[in-house]
Design a protein. Structure first.
Length: 318
């Protein structure tokens, strides 16, 4: 699907769920959204094609076979340049806004300093998104209407998996440009696995993913240059049974980065990602103890979960 301009974000995100979940794995694609509100483009001084430079184009499609393999898939429909859910909820740059930010806002993080807070200041090679300051209410509105409902649903998915299986495995799915910058022509690895240097995910799970991908012929690095963003850090609580790992796929493997078109290898990469998800789902399911005596049976899973309109009304950085 190509990028689209919409009057309203009627479906800010989507959750596709299998009729029968097969494992504790949950897939999440927070940066593949391609529906840009017209009001956002009116505020921006950049063309849509430039704003898309921070987009994880087609990642939702690369992981799209997760559902038929018994794994839920959550995906944002709004673009990262509009709102980044892979940040703290109030990671905001006061220089961007007209008015006073809430006292609890995190205005001093490295991500804010780099222009990549919850509401990004820059995109691509440090291109300023806005021509003038935004009202503070605009930031609060995006956070309340889109960010918070997104994370409520993501937390629901992984909590449900953990309650039934005793642990959950969150795959946070991303893509990366083929070079670190226009000045760096060194090719990157095909895939980077980020587990916050072993703190967000049990080594066994990271090893499984690494072994599968290497077995499929990909060059794989761990944690460099991407160790995992807010989602990986926030949801990765191994002591409580929550494991989170970030996967970054080199865009040159499956698309033309200049035209935003799928390349001839797209379907091959998608098939390999499906193999990885399927094997991970199988192996983690085998390693999970049966439900404790008296534990509730697995709850029914609707095909699709989406927020209602009434609910919506109320170093390198990933």
């Amino acid at each position: 699907m190509n990028a689209q301009i919409v009057d309203e974000l009627e479906l800010p995100f989507e959750i596709e769920e299998p009729a029968t979940p097969f494992s504790p794995v949950v897939c999440n694609s927070p940066h593949s959204g391609r529906f840009s509100p017209a009001s956002f483009l009116a505020q921006s001084k950049l063309e849509l094609s430039t704003l898309r430079r921070s987009e994880d184009t087609f990642v939702d499609e690369l992981f799209g076979d997760a559902v038929r393999l018994g794994v839920p898939l959550m995906q944002a429909h709004f673009p990262r340049s509009f709102l980044d859910v892979n940040r703290e909820p109030y990671e905001l740059d006061p220089r961007m806004f007209e008015g006073r930010l809430p006292a609890f806002a995190n205005t001093r993080s490295l991500r804010v300093a780099g222009g990549l807070g919850t509401i990004a200041r820059v995109v691509g090679d440090a291109r300023e998104i806005y021509g003038e300051r935004l009202p503070v209410d605009e930031a609060i509105n995006r956070i309340e209407r889109y960010y918070k409902p997104y994370h409520r649903e993501l937390r629901r998915l992984i909590t449900r998996a953990q309650q039934f299986y005793d642990y959950a495995v969150l795959l946070d799915c991303h893509s990366m440009p083929s070079n670190t910058s226009s000045l760096d022509e060194r090719p990157r690895a095909d895939i980077v696995i980020g587990d916050r240097y072993g703190t967000s995910c049990a080594p066994m799970i990271t090893d499984i993913i690494d072994d599968i991908l290497r077995g499929l012929g990909y060059s794989v690095l761990r944690n460099k240059p991407y160790a995992g963003g807010f989602i990986t850090e926030h949801y990765g609580d191994t002591a409580a049974g929550f494991h989170a790992v970030q996967i970054e796929i080199n865009r040159a493997l499956y698309m033309d980065e200049r035209t935003y078109q799928r390349s001839g290898r797209f379907e091959y990469v998608r098939a390999d990602i499906a193999r990885m998800i399927g094997q991970l789902a199988t192996e983690t399911a085998r390693g999970i103890a049966p439900p404790r005596d008296g534990a509730e049976k697995r709850p029914p899973h609707p095909a699709t979960v989406a927020p209602q309109a009434s609910e919506l009304a109320s170093p390198l950085i990933t």
